[in-house]
Ligand binder design. Structure first.
Ligand code: TRP
Length: 348
């Protein structure tokens, strides 16, 4: 299937899935997560965090992985891992991930999950791994000169992340579809060989538009162009002040031709829950100065309650760490049960 066809198919099921989720949320287990390679930012908030909380509120069982082992896929050392993991926990709690309803855990604390990777590796060919366009792209942007085995087999590890708890719904952006396809292949082949153990998870495509960073390229934790959720109002103002715009005074929303200006307009619109065209029109001849003031105010007021909650949780790191401990405990129960079942059907 071409990428365009795969995307069209995934989009069609996403509308259908949304209806089914509303009807019977208890039938779904969402699996999603982040690599702890830097602070979570506004792109994460509007792209996925917001959606995770929405699904949680609908009554879906949500699992969120802090993918610590996967940090090493594209770099040699896991820098400031503890700091980023704790920052991520604070971000999750601040945006409204509720530990009473959602499970937050990390790879390295759940050995049985990682052990699933071994039988799963036997189910995919080297040629299939080689063809994965997202792995190709990640390799192209890697900080390493050689491709490690971990990078190459990363989609299979991700299959273990999703299948250990029998997750059946994975909220993703377009770029993650090839990864999810590997998970589906692993589940299908395992079931064909050993009996029906795993669901074939569906992608829940997000309709969130791509937010660009302050330099006009994709907002990314590791590119130094993002506005962190945990940034304060002054830092936000400073970052937006330095954002790239263009020479044309009149503000319009035209992502194709004016990526920098349009991304700022979009950011304001998302924060204000408004249409970006209307926001641009209102600023009009006010130029970049009014645009930046509008964006700064919109971000700071939208983020104020989140930042206040984040600061409150940060004063009680004992509690924050206990959230991860409890999440890891629950994840271990699922992983151990699934591994036992896998061993049983494989006769190992
Ligand atoms: N690969 C994802 C990312 O880089 C993080 C991730 C790890 C993930 N395991 C997952 C996402 C399982 C969804 C499901 O953002």
């Amino acid at each position: 299937m071409s990428t365009a066809t795969a995307t069209a198919a995934a989009t069609a099921t996403t509308a259908d899935l949304e209806a089914r989720i509303r009807q019977a949320p208890e039938k779904f287990r969402v699996m999603t997560g982040d690599r702890p390679t830097g602070p979570l930012h506004l792109g994460h908030y509007f792209g996925t965090l917001h959606n995770r909380v929405r699904l949680q509120e609908l009554g879906v069982d949500v699992f969120v992985i802090i993918a610590d082992y996967q940090v090493l896929t594209d770099r040699d050392v896991a820098d400031r891992l503890g700091e980023y993991m704790e920052g991520m926990l604070l971000d999750y709690l601040a945006v409204g991930i509720d530990p009473a309803r959602s499970t937050v855990f990390n790879h390295s604390a759940v050995p049985a999950l990682n052990q699933l990777m071994l039988p799963f590796l036997s189910l995919v060919s080297v040629a299939e791994l080689n063809r994965n366009p997202t792995v190709k792209d990640e390799i192209a942007h890697s900080r390493q000169s050689a491709v490690s085995g971990l990078m190459f087999t990363y989609p299979v590890h991700q299959a273990a992340d999703i299948l250990f708890c029998k997750g059946n719904l994975v909220p993703v952006g377009q770029d993650q579809l090839p990864h999810l396809e590997v998970t589906r292949i692993v589940a299908r082949r395992f079931n064909e060989r050993y009996g029906a153990v795993f669901p074939e998870p569906d992608a829940l495509l997000s309709d969130a538009p791509l937010l660009l960073g302050t330099d006009g390229t994709k907002m990314s934790k590791s590119r130094g162009n993002s506005i962190a959720l945990g940034a304060d109002a002054d830092e936000t103002a400073r970052l937006i002040k330095g954002a790239r715009t263009d020479a044309e005074r009149h503000i319009t929303y035209d992502p194709e031709n004016r990526p920098g200006v349009s991304s700022l307009v979009l950011l304001a619109a998302l924060c204000l829950d408004r249409d970006p065209h209307a926001v641009a029109e209102e600023i009009g001849g006010g130029g970049a100065a009014v645009l930046k003031r509008t964006v700064t105010e919109a971000v700071n007021s939208r983020m104020a309650p989140i930042r206040a909650r984040r600061a409150e949780y940060a004063r009680d790191m004992g509690y924050v760490r206990s959230v991860l401990r409890a999440g890891n405990e629950r994840a271990n129960e699922f992983a151990t049960a699934t591994l036992d079942e896998v061993r049983g059907v494989m006769g190992t």
